[in-house]
Design a protein around this ligand. Structure first.
Ligand SMILES: Nc1ncnc2c1ncn2[C@@H]1O[C@H](COP(=O)(O)OP(=O)(O)OP(=O)(O)O)[C@@H](O)[C@H]1O
Length: 717
């Protein structure tokens, strides 16, 4: 009897000791989100288990009593019941995890998890109390009856209980880890309290942030319906990618941009034959790139803003739709990209050389570009790759707390989205798809999920190249803080949609909130006129006939738009050579028509006055076509320069040498220059209308065509 009292007393004080310490630890936990605390608490629990085992183990009775067996059975049943629940939960988990583990899923997942944990914590608390009571009762009876017992069995029950529960704990910690600081840990403290009392300490001690993550995925990957898509971008995940990732054979999409992952990429990554999209950009990876060339279906490879080095492997660039390794430490010459990617994909690697970068590779290959040049590369183009979505909305909404909404680009907040959708997510209905068969059925979610690369940032906003699920590439313009009401914007877009011209790029879809506007366009692979006139691309002959044709087409398209939108007073508002895109047939397309509200720059009250800025913009484009010079060159304004040269009658000097050397007609060059000079008149009143400009350019074109015909050999005979 004395022994029983001692045992019970020891057990009791062990529980009290641990419980007290756990509460203390939990209090500390409230001020910290450090996972180390969990480990500490786990250790406390381990002491408890050890104490219980010692107590059980010391008792060497060998009488086998029926009643005790029943008690064991009861506890085993309880464990099985818990295990069944854990399995049900696992099923739910798989539902979300496979094939899609995405941002949105987390919200649903978390909701399910919380619901489950509410039941779970009640059950386990009951179970624990019951188990504890049974244990003590059992020990009392044991002591009284002096019977032999199967202590091993008892220990097994305790451990089993812990193991089953550990599935749920792992899941929960997994979510906490994945969501990093987005999850409000304090709201879930109760669940933790319930779990910590029952967790399997051995497993807890193995817990490491990311390796754990992949351990879990590996477990999933062993299933038939294995993990296909991982979207863990914009978290706070530290650690390395485990070599075990290669077990995820069905992995097609791997997106971990904007975390704190480090170390080198495991060579086993190349075993992921089904990989289509791989985005590890904006992390801290180092070492060299495995040879991804064997993955034939790879379409997206984004690794910019890391510390990766070595040579760039020979990717199948013709298959890749998005590729970026900028701002790393890659060395050597760039493999042949077959014109599919520009310098933007490679800048910021000081020891990288060759096309499409401007610096040629030295014959010796010992390229020693200075740090300074790295800086100048970096500053020359502002690059940014990310997910439009996550930039816009990160919604993990447990309790409606505003702090749960974070916007990486300082974008939408809950209050902004709530006008459209009270749930906090922007529903598909707010993406207005205009009458365009190209993106029929496009939903806002599609845009949110799609990988995107920022390819430019202008005065009106940023532009993203976005790869949609159906492999279509679109351009998405994101305009911030445009002082226009959603209603007015919508009306404007719908009006513009009714005015179609083959040389004006139509808007395929748009989205509007108070501070944010998104416009979707077809992506034009050939880039813009600015790039052709002032860039390094020498592949395309930009001769006089081509330039005149481009000028005539733009003039006609603008004249048409001005005419059609005269009453609405919607001008282009930001006409310049980077807004003239070249389609696949190298025909010019005016992009972003109507994205700027134009104030009347002319004293005249006539509606024509609204279009005079466009005429000026067009005049500058003509000057760029004629001179081959930049608008601002060495601090000198192109229009001032041309006007001063013309005033002093050195006209020929203003023209692009390439035009002079192909013997373009000086007469017609001068005629076009005169049109340009009228367009850039200081006074808006003095500028012609686009209709007049189009007529003048057409006359020059006709002259040009006539003279070309008159030089046809057949005519000369
Ligand atoms: N639909 C498109 N397809 C391909 N490239 C595009 C498309 N629309 C724009 N671009 C290119 O993306 C880059 C960034 O465009 P963006 O409009 O943001 O900047 P910008 O034209 O330089 O300035 P602004 O904001 O003043 O118009 C430019 O080089 C532009 O030519």
């Amino acid at each position: 009897m004395a022994e029983m009292t001692d045992n019970t007393h020891a057990m009791d004080s062990a529980w009290r000791y641990v419980t007290k310490n756990i509460s203390k630890k939990l209090e500390e936990l409230e001020n910290s989100e450090d996972s180390q605390y969990f480990l500490a608490i786990a250790n406390e629990y381990r002491s408890l288990l050890a104490a219980a085992s010692a107590l059980l183990g010391n008792n060497n009775e060998d009488d086998d009593h029926q009643e005790f067996k029943l008690k064991f059975l009861d506890m085993t049943n309880q464990a099985e019941c818990l295990s069944k629940r854990a399995d049900e939960f696992q099923d739910k988990y798989f539902k979300y995890n496979i094939p899609y583990l995405g941002h949105r899923c987390f919200k649903d997942y978390l909701k399910d998890l919380q619901e489950f944990m509410t039941i779970w914590s009640k059950e386990t608390e009951k179970g624990r109390r019951k188990g504890e009571k049974s244990l003590i009762e059992w020990m009392q009876q044991l002591n009284q009856s002096q019977r032999k017992t199967t202590f091993e069995e008892m220990k097994k029950v305790v451990i089993d209980l812990g193991t089953h529960i550990s599935y749920v704990i792992s899941d929960f910690l997994f979510v906490v880890t994945v969501l990093g600081d987005r999850i409000n840990l304090m709201n879930n403290l109760d669940y933790f309290k319930a779990m910590i009392k029952l967790l399997n300490v051995e497993k807890m001690n193995d817990f490491k942030r990311v390796s754990y993550l992949f351990q879990f995925n590996r477990a999933s990957c062993n299933q038939q319906s294995s993990l296909g898509v991982v979207h863990l971008e914009y978290n706070n995940i530290h650690g390395v990618i485990s070599t075990q990732i290669s077990s995820c054979k069905q992995l097609t999409h791997f997106h971990v941009t904007r975390n704190k992952l480090s170390g080198s990429l495991p060579a086993s990554l190349v075993m992921l034959n089904n990989l289509i999209q791989f985005d590890i950009s904006n992390n801290r990876f180092s070492g060299s790139l495995p040879d991804f060339s064997s993955i034939s279906g790879l379409q997206v490879f984004l690794a910019e803003n890391n510390q990766l080095g070595g040579e760039i492997p020979r990717f199948d660039f013709s298959n890749l739709k998005l590729f970026n390794v900028s701002n790393n430490n890659f060395t050597g010459s760039i493999p042949d990209v077959h014109g599919h990617f520009t310098a933007n994909s490679f800048i910021g690697n000081p020891y990288l050389c060759g096309d499409p970068l401007p610096n040629e590779c030295p014959p010796s290959q010992s390229n020693t570009l200075s740090e300074k040049s790295k800086d100048s590369y970096k500053s020359s183009v502002t690059m940014f790759v990310g997910y439009i979505v996550l930039g816009l909305i990160v919604a993990v909404d447990n309790d409606g707390d505003d702090s749960m909404y974070k916007s990486s680009f300082g974008g939408l907040t809950k209050s902004e989205t709530s006008a459209d959708d009270q749930s906090g997510f922007v529903s598909s209905s707010v993406l207005v798809v205009l009458t365009s068969p190209e993106v029929n059925g496009l939903k806002f979610e599609d845009l949110l999920r799609a990988p995107a690369e920022m390819i430019g940032r202008g005065k009106s906003g940023s532009l993203y190249k976005v790869l949609l699920g159906n492999n279509q590439i679109v351009a998405v313009k994101r305009i911030k803080d445009w002082d226009i009401s959603s209603h007015e914007f919508k009306q404007r877009m719908q009006r513009l949609d009714k005015v179609k011209h083959p040389n004006v790029l139509p808007t395929l879809a748009f989205y509007s909130s108070k501070q944010e506007k998104l416009l979707v366009y077809e992506f034009q692979q050939n880039g813009n006129l600015f790039k052709f006139l002032h860039g390094t691309n020498m592949d395309y002959a930009f001769d006089w006939a081509t330039r005149l044709e481009i000028a005539a087409n733009i003039a006609e398209a603008l004249a048409f738009m001005h005419q059609e939108l005269k009453d609405d007073k919607i001008a282009h508002g930001n006409l310049k050579s980077s807004n003239i895109l070249l389609n696949k047939n190298m025909e010019p397309c005016i992009s972003e028509y109507g994205l700027m509200r134009v104030e009347n720059s002319s004293p005249s009250k006539s509606s024509n006055a609204f279009f005079k800025d466009d005429v000026y913009g067009f005049g500058v484009i003509l000057l760029e076509l004629l001179t081959g010079n930049l608008v601002q060159h060495n601090g000198i304004d192109l229009t001032d320069w041309v006007q001063s040269v013309v005033r002093e009658e050195w006209t020929v000097e203003v023209f692009d040498k390439a035009l002079l050397s192909e013997c373009a007609s000086i007469e017609r060059l001068v005629s076009l220059l005169q049109v340009a000079i009228q367009c850039v008149s200081r006074s808006p009143e003095a500028r012609p209308s686009m209709n007049q400009v189009a007529a003048m350019i057409n006359a020059i074109r006709e002259e040009d065509e006539k003279s070309a015909v008159s030089f046809e050999p057949s005519q000369l005979d």
